[in-house]
Design a protein around this ligand. Sequence first.
Ligand code: CP3
Length: 344
Amino acid sequence: MAGQKKLLRALAGETQDVPPIWMMRQAGRYLPEYRATRAEAGDFLSLCYNPELAAEVTLQPIRRYGFDAAILFADILLIPQALGADLWFVTGEGPRLSTITTEGDFAKLGPVSDIHETLNPIYETVRILSRALPAETTLIGFAGAPWTVATYMIAGRGTPDQGPAHALREENTALFEALLARITEATIEYLSKQIEAGAEVVKIFDSWAGSLKGEAFQKYALEPCRQITAALKERHPGIPVIGFPREAGDKYVGFAKATGVDCVALDNSVDPAWAAAHVQVGGCVQGNLASRHMVTGGQELVDETRRIVEAFRNGPHIFNLGHGITPDADPANVQLMIDTVRSS
Ligand code: CP3
């Protein structure tokens, strides 16, 4: 595998002395250059739909830190918008969407074949990036997992316990499943276009997978991820997929095998030694430093980073945080984390 990019080598199962490294939300508000470009774009969604500026913010952390991967700058909620939901962001609060709780609401959504009209600028961002990135940097495309996207579409906003989505799932299972199927189909088309435009890996973010228990996890987290992965690999043989069933706990075990993903991303509630023994045996893992270290820094950051690198040293590993970096993070702590990983 000599000559191949570090991230792709890890995804192919190679154990490396120094793991490849990137960071969730690496293009974000903790960086002054991101805030400047966002101000130039006007607001967050205008930034997502402006290919030149979205490519620029994607490249900023690559220039500053030399990460091994760049992740497309976009959002998981562009799919609902492309399906016809209203979407806006309230500063300091987060996303708002028109809600889907009845058959009538669902009937207003457009067909999957129409999504590209809205999403074409995103594919253009991917094309710009695949030309602009350094030869050693891997380009990651992404989408939200159907369950996580559905939790926002049903509630119209982020919810601490995903209560409205669970209520619909129990009270109108047919409608809930129809919505999930629509998102699943749209996600396959969306990711497929990202791959055609130059994404070399795709990641499926299931941020709220942990609130699905027992059989519901199998049906609504695992199964859609399996379907998306199978469809993408059939259309694009060899395309690596990263799954992120956040807070899945012991359901991380066997997740890669059951879904066909090449790597599972671990949140920071997972003990790395446990994950090395029970999850990494099944293939590549990504993670899992707590984001708060990017705020607090110091010796604790160094010790925790080393502990994670050590735990995963004997198998394929991609170093990352357990969740996105927060706006209050200190850019110097990111450099300290990278230096620690690369000198461990
Ligand atoms: O990782 C990256 O840098 C790639 C870009 C990316 C964004 N969002 C940009 C973003 C990715 C991969 C996402 C995923 C995403 N978006 C998830 C799944 C991962 C996770 O964090 O659990 C979710 C649930 C969303 C939905 C979303 N987008 C929320 C809830 C919010 C508001 C919360 C917040 O952090 O402000 C966003 C906004 C958002 N998405 C920002 C960024 C950089 C901040 C927007 C800003 O600049 O104001």
